[in-house]
Write a protein of this length. Structure first.
Length: 347
């Protein structure tokens, strides 16, 4: 696949309490790596898209281990810059049934959060790229990181790249004196493609949600309601041509119903609804949707419905995979799109 994608954001060390233990019970933690934009990059690389992941890391052995992991997933890492003192960390306590998952962040003063404009040579990184993806998490950490996002977006815009944004609202990260709805609209205006949950469109752009309360796969999606949402996004972001919304109703910590909406050219397309009764790991489900979304728009440029269906099937499969990264192939996603959710052994 000839199109080249650049993603930009913070990669974190993930420390997970094993076997659904509570933090207070854990004597060991399982080490993996992840982060929204890195998760998207790994998905795209798995699908055969040439992908560069850009971030800032400290110069130490933990950062080198992280880079080795990224390279093992066929990511281009030459855009990583080095400096600062530490890799950000997050601790995860996986939920079970009526007990929700819990996340504790330890990312203050990380190398990425101390990023400033001028530290990354965006013109060189974008020289052979066609698509730039970023998310609201990168802009939420510090003013410097938000300014670095703006710098990247403006250069990508000048160089004619397609720009996609995952709104990625995390209330606990906006701590530097500005809110998401103060910072994000000015950055989002450059977006050709937008992604978010209904809650994220509300918290970032102030758009009232339609609601998704599916109890089974026969739930009737409110198409007119989502046309209204798409119209409001288009009015706020006239450049945006594709508005994706992932729909999720969590029955409990291990049971989700997933759907998807795509608004384009004034019309709404809807996906099927997946009933995922045994969620293995929810982290990265939205990122898997975004990775599938970008791949779908690249691979099926004349077929928005197929792009949406690919994104949602990829997201559904991610719920079955431990860790942040969606380690699935195009063939596996397309098999699920065809209705083969049997999980039979491939031979």
């Amino acid at each position: 696949m000839t199109m080249k994608v650049v993603t930009f954001g913070e990669v974190l060390l993930r420390l997970t309490a094993p076997e659904n233990l509570r933090f207070s019970q854990a004597k060991d933690f399982i080490v993996t790596y992840g982060g929204s934009e890195a998760n998207v990059a790994v998905s795209l690389a798995n699908y055969g898209v040439h992908t560069k992941f850009v971030t800032r890391l400290p110069e130490n052995e933990i950062a080198r281990a992280c880079v080795m992991t990224l390279r093992s997933h066929h990511l281009s890492t030459e855009g990583i810059v080095y400096g600062g003192n530490r890799l950000g960390i997050y601790f995860l306590e996986n939920g079970a049934v009526a007990r929700s998952s819990s996340v504790v962040y330890d990312r203050a003063d990380s190398s990425f959060s101390t990023l400033r404009p001028g530290m990354i040579d965006w013109k060189s990184l974008f020289a052979d790229a066609s698509w730039f993806h970023w998310s609201g998490i990168a802009a939420s950490l510090t003013q410097g990181a938000a300014d670095a996002c703006r710098e990247a977006i403006e250069v990508a815009n000048e160089m004619g790249l397609t720009i996609s944004c995952d709104l990625n609202y995390r209330r606990n990260l906006w701590k530097y004196g500005k809110s998401a709805n103060e910072v994000m609209p000015e950055l989002v205006k450059y977006s050709d493609v937008l992604f978010g949950s209904e809650g994220e469109y509300m918290n970032v752009l102030g758009i009232n949600p339609v609601g998704f309360k599916a109890l089974d796969t026969s739930y009737p999606i409110d198409i007119k309601g989502f046309e209204r949402v798409g119209d409001e996004v288009q009015a706020m972001v006239p450049r945006c041509k594709k508005v994706f919304i992932e729909l999720r109703n969590s029955m409990n910590a291990n049971h989700d119903l997933l759907g998807g909406i795509l608004y384009s050219d004034g019309a709404v397309k809807q996906s099927c609804i997946y009933d995922v009764t045994h969620v293995v790991d929810k982290v990265g489900t939205g990122d898997a949707f975004v990775g599938g979304m970008i791949y779908g728009l690249i691979a099926y440029p004349q077929d928005d419905q197929r792009a949406l269906d690919f994104a949602l099937a990829a997201s559904c499969l991610k719920t079955t995979i431990y860790g942040d990264f969606n380690l699935v192939t195009v063939e596996e996603v397309e098999n699920l799109m065809k209705g083969d959710g049997s999980g039979r052994v491939s031979r």
